[in-house]
Design a binder for this molecule. Structure first.
Ligand SMILES: [Zn+2]
Length: 518
């Protein structure tokens, strides 16, 4: 018995060749982190038929062998560096696994973009004891083993022989599956997003590569000019994760719009977002056409044309080129904010009227970038008096929330949004010199447990409608002679041209088809 234990200890801890160590690591990586991956595979490959079984078995072999190969190379090159990288992988994968299981997220490029753009408060809002448990069990325990394992060096010739044999075995498995390429190609995005540690490693790199490309100078649009001297003021409120379905203005049964539903001059359109995450949603709202290129965004363009542009934000994800003189973040706004609600999106209204009245321009654009409905801590995004629907879920592991309580918490964020929009309208009503209007549009929608999905960020080709059906609400002041067209479902692209039209901007790139005003 004692002999057996000693032998096992020797096999697992002492005198480990890089190959044996890599195989153990790859096995652990496979069993600890690939439950969601193979769950997806089993749901989409028919395991009752022979070919489906072949796909599943081949993927098990490939994931195991390919990871073993990478770990083998790392540990052969340097056992210290190899071990350090493996520890990092296990810790990060444990966190990734928690998010995949708890929120059903896809770890793709846009998700990694969100992660690196997340601010401190948002990060803290994800904290939970179960997350710590995941890190301890799936991250720290294997790391202790990695530290303890004693690796031995091997000859270069042996390394290359083993390397060649592993590679050959992978080619054989790939060859047998030649007919299954279509299947793999079809599901490559979701599969890739569940493959740990590669989903976050590759997609973080992809995000930074694309960002670097985008950081090139913006392409200027052709010069524009202001056509008249009418005093026009437009406030664009960009919502965060506000989905259309939960606005009573759009027929939701709970009264989430107590104020706007009583407000004269409110008009609603149906709209779909271009993406399911903030950076892309905001980009689509501010660009003159749908493009992957970086053209001058609306605030920059209008600012250059002579419009007074004010940008106030309590969110992140603004275009990297955004360049307006009056750019104010929540922390600087909070200095002029009074009252107990300054820690919420109301801070965006602090001193707004004064700032508008100080303007000497005939044309003013104000953008308020809110964060009200951002999850998972919905119940922390509004002041206590807006908790009109109870009880609310206060857990950040949304899949643990009762559906009603999750909806209540989310619906209260819509009630608070209703209040903020109404407060904007009240402010505009007090500024009588200008003909004013307000447009509210969301960056994207939100899942609240439908199909077991939470939050947002699912690739558009798979996204459920909750993640892209957004509200598009317009208010026109009494003294306004503008009317609205009757239109079907709008895209976010309507914002750019409607604001151009409203402020009487003449430009060769103006597109009347994307204008909501008559
Ligand atoms: Zn967003």
């Amino acid at each position: 018995m004692l002999g057996k234990v000693k032998k096992l200890k020797n096999t697992l801890f002492e005198n480990l060749s890089p190959l044996r160590f890599a195989l153990i690591m790859s096995f652990l990586n496979l069993v600890l982190f690939h439950y969601p991956f193979f769950k997806f595979v089993c749901q989409h490959a028919d395991y009752n038929d022979l070919n489906g079984t072949l796909i599943i078995v081949s993927l098990v072999i490939l994931v195991f062998v390919a990871n073993a190969l990478v770990f083998y190379i790392l540990c052969y090159l340097s056992k210290y560096v190899g071990k350090a990288i493996l520890v990092t992988f296990f810790i990060l994968s444990s966190i990734a696994l928690y998010f995949i299981i708890t929120y059903n997220v896809q770890i793709d490029e846009s998700m990694m973009g969100n992660v690196v753009n997340t601010n401190k408060d948002e990060t803290l809002s994800f904290f939970s004891y179960r997350l710590i448990l995941y890190v301890l069990v799936f991250g720290v325990l294997p790391s202790i083993y990695i530290f303890k394992a004693k690796l031995i060096a091997i000859k270069r010739k042996n390394f290359f022989t083993t390397f060649g044999l592993i590679l050959l075995s992978m080619f054989i498995v790939l060859g047998i599956n030649a007919g299954n390429w279509v299947w793999v190609h079809r599901y490559s995005e979701p599969l890739g997003s569940l493959l740990l540690p590669w989903s976050y490693t590759v997609n973080t790199s992809r995000f930074y590569i694309h960002k670097q490309k985008q950081n090139r100078k913006e392409m200027l649009l052709p010069d524009a000019k202001i056509k008249d001297d009418d005093k026009s003021l437009i406030v664009l409120v960009i919502g965060e994760s506000a989905r259309r379905k939960n606005f009573s203005l759009y027929g939701y049964t709970k009264n989430t719009n107590p104020l706007l539903s009583q407000t004269k001059g409110i008009h609603i359109f149906n709209a779909n977002s271009a993406a399911t995450y903030t950076i892309a949603g905001v980009k689509a709202i501010l660009e003159h056409k749908s493009t992957s290129r970086l053209y001058e965004c609306l605030p920059n363009y209008l600012s250059r044309t002579g419009v007074d542009v004010i940008w106030r934000t309590n969110n992140t994800g603004e275009p990297p080129t955004l360049n307006v003189k009056k750019f104010l973040k929540a922390d600087s706004l909070s200095k002029m904010c009074v009252g107990e609600n300054c820690g919420y999106d109301e801070v965006l209204l602090a001193g707004l009227k004064k700032q508008i009245l100080e303007s000497k321009n005939n044309k003013i654009l104000v953008v308020l970038h809110t964060s009200t409905s951002h999850g998972p801590a919905y119940s922390k995004k509004y002041p206590p008096r807006f908790e009109v629907f109870r009880p609310v879920c206060t857990k950040v592991e949304l899949n643990k929330c009762a559906k009603d309580e999750l909806y209540n918490a989310y619906d209260n964020t819509i009630v608070y949004t209703d209040y903020i929009l109404h407060a904007v309208i009240d402010t505009l009503k007090e500024i009588k010199d200008y003909k004013s209007t307000m447009i509210f549009i969301s960056d994207h929608g939100e899942s609240l447990g439908e199909n077991n999905l939470y939050m947002h960020g699912v690739d558009m080709s798979f996204a459920p409608k909750e993640q892209y059906e957004i509200p598009f609400i317009v208010w026109l002041s009494d003294n306004n002679d503008r009317r609205l067209k009757h239109l079907g479902t709008l895209s976010q692209g309507y914002i750019f041209h409607s604001i151009m039209n409203y402020l009487s901007i003449e430009s060769p790139i103006y597109n009347e088809e994307l204008n909501i005003f008559r």
